[in-house]
Ligand binder design. Sequence first.
Ligand code: HEC
Ligand code: HEC
Length: 257
Amino acid sequence: MKMKISRREILGAGTVAGCAAIGGALLKGANVAAASPSAAAVPWTWKKMDPAEIQERAYQSAWEKIGCMYGACESILGTLADRYGAPYNTFPVDATVYGSGGIGGIGSVCGTVNASGLLFNLFVKNQNDLFALCSEMSLWYEKASLPVYRPKKPKVDIEIVRSVAGSNLCHISSTKWANASGYKVLTNEHFERCNRLVADAAAEIVRMLNEYDAGNMAFKQKLNDFSQQCLSCHGPGNTTANVASGMTCNPCHENPH
Ligand code: HEC
Ligand code: HEC
C-alpha cells in the first residue's frame, strides 16, 4: 500500500518547514488583527419578523448542509443580512455547520437548541435573560411534538410522524423518532424529519426574540414534576446540591429512592 501515508509521517516530515510556515502565519495574523476593525459588539439590534416567513428558508438551508444548527442560523441571520446588511452580514454563518447531528454527529445537544443559544447571545441584553431564554427553548424542544412544518418544496415528500423527544439530545430525540416512525436513523427520511424540525425551531426562536425585544417575553416552560422533585434535593442551593442540569431527568433516571 504505497499510497497510504500515515498522519504521523506527514507531521514528522513537515515539522521544520511547518513550524516556519505557522510562525510566519502567526506574525502576519498579528499585523492583520491590529489593522482590521473588530466585529460589532453584541447585543445587536433585533428586527422583528414574522416567524412563518423564515421557515421554508430554514428547511432548505438545513438540507443544503444536512445542518440543523446551520439551517436555523442561516435562515434568521441570512434574512436579516438580506434586509439590513451590517452587522448581520458580518456573521460567518458557515461556522455553524459543526452543530449538525448534536455537534459533528456526536448526538449531544440538538443543533437547533445550540443555534438558539447563539442567536439569543447575539441579541439579548444581559446574561440572566440569555440563560432564561436558553432554558425556555430547551424545554420547548424537549416537550413539543415535532415536526409540524410542511415544506413548500419537500425534498422527501412523505408524511412525517411526529414524536416528543423528552430530551434536548440529538441521540435521544432521533432514536425516539426512529422508533415512532419505523425509519432508521441517518436515512433521508430521518434528515427530512430533522430539517422540518429546523423550520419549527427557527420559527420558535424568532417568536421568542420578537416577544423578548418587545419587552413582553412570557416564560411558560417548566421542568416536569418528576425532575422538579429531584432538583428539590439535588439542585443548586439545596442540601445535596450535586446536579447541575436543567434537562429533564427521566429519560436517563428512574427514581432510585
Ligand atoms: C428528599 C431529597 C431527595 C430527593 C427528592 C431526591 N433525591 Fe436523590 N439522593 C438524595 C440523597 C440524600 C442521596 C444520597 C447522597 C448522594 O448520593 O448524593 C441521593 C442519591 C441519589 C443518587 C445516587 C444514588 C446512588 O445509588 O449512587 C441518584 C442517581 C439520585 N439520588 C437521583 C435522584 C432522582 C432521579 C430523583 C428524582 C426522581 C431524586 N434523586 C430525588 C436525596 C434526594
Ligand atoms: C442524558 C442523561 C442524563 C440526564 C438528562 C440526567 N442525568 Fe443524572 N446522571 C446521568 C449519568 C450517566 C450519571 C452518572 C451515573 C453514575 O455515576 O453511575 C448521573 C448522575 C446523577 C446523580 C448522582 C450524582 C452523584 O453525586 O453521584 C444524580 C443525583 C443525578 N444524576 C440526578 C439527575 C437529575 C436530578 C437530573 C435532572 C435535572 C439528571 N440527573 C439528568 C445521566 C443523566
